[in-house]
Design a protein around this ligand. Sequence first.
Ligand SMILES: [Ca+2]
Length: 174
Amino acid sequence: MYQQQQQQMQQQQQMGALQARFNAIDTDRSGTITVQEIQTAYQQFQFSYQSAKLLLQGISDKAFIDMTNFPLFDQYINSFWTAFSQVGQGMPKINSQQVLQALQMLRFNFDPNILNALVMKYDKDRSGVDFGEFLSICSYLLVVLKLMGKFDPQKRGFLQIDTNGLASLAMWFL
Ligand SMILES: [Ca+2]
């Protein structure tokens, strides 16, 4: 009985912490987190509205995050942050080699040439990759993986699409 109570209390505490993290991002207290709110949450970093939109799309099929999919959102952000801080050993910026290491830790198994090209895209001033830029790269890759799942349901590992298919796929990145 005591153990059960303890477990219940722990669960409640975890839920409380999760709800607190949700509320910190849901600044207008609407019960949903919008793209704008995601961007604002990371505004101290190089993190654009476009990247916030990719992050949301990579995680949710809805146009917002609510308490049903926030645990997943929270889990992703935590794992991205953990990988970023581990390879950078707490430094505010990491280099392209460290980005590749962190992405490997996160099991984003892409060709290093592609990943380096992505780093060049997001680290425009070549000053090193801050957490926002890293989050942008992760968000982009999340959407790519999501699209593979959608357009390659048989998991053949490649897409065969016509012009209309490309037009519809490319819209995800607009
Ligand atoms: Ca809101």
